[in-house]
Design a protein around this ligand. Structure first.
Ligand code: HEM
Length: 395
């Protein structure tokens, strides 16, 4: 890559405020939609940063920007393969197997289940001590209970699954620990696929076995791999949106009060939290051809980082973009990505967030933080942003 006109910045940059992306992003957006950067985590490698909303969508929509992390030039630390890292036509084939399970109607059917599971967790909180960390007691278990229900695996196993998923995604895990956790989840899912083949039920995995494995469209191993991906992709993201979402609402008490009073605000509030927090701050791609984006020529083999957290604060798209406003008129954002890899679980995640945030607001109307904001451990230096702990006083 060579761009002699602008200075090269170093990526990633640090946040200075836990509720906002790194302050340099505004300047980068102003400078250009695409800027060159050194990657501090891959010394000797450069990549392009896509800073603005329109160009971010353009890149995410264009399959000449590959998601295959095994390709040279792909700007990530660890290569791994799964649906999320495939390109068409392979990607289209496998995505189509899961897509019917995540359409709006199917997800809407899960609403009573999400309500019930949330209610149980809140009951347990209600009968426990007033001072509690909401990450292990609410934010972590809810998404794993929901996905266990969806996949049709035993609730009793959710603690094991939650722990193994967390180990696979933990920033402090060694490569051996990550491999072990991924292998454990794979073994578990292989067993479940065998079980669903012998004794089918009314669940996602049984349908996958009946419609895809039995018809020869995919092997049992691939079915287990897709199930494992759903478990992992939907876990850490939703956990952190619950934790950071609650914290953001606690810091904006007037808007929290409005949400408590009017359930119709749940959907726009969740959309605004997703935009404002952009917990998946960036997505990686590599160009497979020479492609022009925003007046800049990206050469075949160049790595690209699409800065979702910058695009979601683009002043060309959003009025007063740094303001958190659940009444905002703009309804679209890139928190779930865009294009062919758009988050498959977006409707489900929205549902979980709408239910849990409203339920907490109603059950504990005077909820407050148990520590100063400075004492909240934020998830810096990891791919998915959020909070490690959320100590509160339940009232
Ligand atoms: C608030 C929570 C969530 C956020 C912020 C989020 C974010 C994302 C993003 C940004 C992508 C695009 C990745 C890329 O283009 O490279 C993605 C993909 C994906 N997400 Fe989510 N996600 C969330 C919840 C979920 C849930 C609950 C599930 C499933 C139960 C899920 C399953 C997936 C899958 C399977 C993909 C891969 C889709 C593909 O490659 O075609 N996600 N997610």
């Amino acid at each position: 890559m060579n761009d002699t006109e602008c200075p090269v910045v170093t990526y990633p940059m640090e946040r200075t405020d836990p509720f906002h992306p790194p302050p340099e992003y505004a300047g980068l957006r102003e400078r250009a939609p695409v800027v060159p950067a050194r990657l501090s985590f891959r010394p000797g490698h450069d990549a392009w940063l896509v800073t603005r909303y329109r160009e971010a969508r353009q890149v995410l929509d264009d399959t000449r920007f590959s998601s295959d992390s095994r390709l040279p030039g792909f700007p990530v630390r660890r290569a791994h393969s799964a649906l999320i890292r495939m390109d068409p036509p392979e990607h289209t084939h496998y995505r189509a197997m899961l897509a019917p399970e995540f359409v709006g109607r199917r997800v809407a059917e899960l609403r009573p289940v999400v309500h019930r599971l949330t209610g149980r967790l809140l009951d347990a909180l209600d009968s426990g001590p007033a001072e509690v960390d909401l990450v292990p007691t609410l934010a972590m278990p809810l998404p794993s209970l929901v996905i266990c229900h969806l996949l049709g695996v035993s609730y009793a196993d959710h603690v094991f699954l939650q722990e193994r998923t967390a180990a696979a995604l933990r920033a402090t895990s060694t490569p051996e620990e990550i491999d072990q956790a991924v292998a454990d989840l794979g073994d578990y899912m292989d067993g479940v696929v065998r079980e669903k083949t012998a004794n089918p039920g009314d669940d996602l995995l049984s349908r996958l076995v009946a419609e895809q494995v039995r018809t020869g469209r995919c092997t049992p191993e691939v079915a287990a791999d897709l199930a494992r991906l759903l478990l992992v992709a939907g876990h850490v993201t939703t956990v952190n949106m619950i934790g950071l979402g609650l914290l953001t609402l606690l810091r904006n008490p007037r808007q929290l009060e409005e949400l408590r009073a009017d359930e119709r605000l749940a959907a726009p509030a969740v959309t605004e939290l997703l935009r404002h927090l952009s917990i998946t701050p960036s997505l990686a791609r590599v160009a497979t051809e020479d492609i022009e984006v925003g007046g800049c020529l990206i050469k075949a083999g160049d790595g690209v980082m699409i800065l979702l957290s910058s695009a979601n604060r683009d002043e060309r798209e959003y009025a007063d973009p740094d303001r958190f406003d659940i009444h905002r008129a703009e309804r679209q954002n890139l928190a779930f990505g865009w294009g062919p890899h758009l988050c498959l679980g977006a409707s489900l995640a929205r549902l979980e967030l709408q239910v849990v945030l409203t339920a907490v607001a109603r059950r504990f109307p005077r909820l407050e933080l148990a520590v100063d904001l400075d004492d909240i451990p934020f998830r810096h230096k990891v791919n998915i942003y959020g909070v490690h702990e959320l100590p509160v006083v339940l009232k």
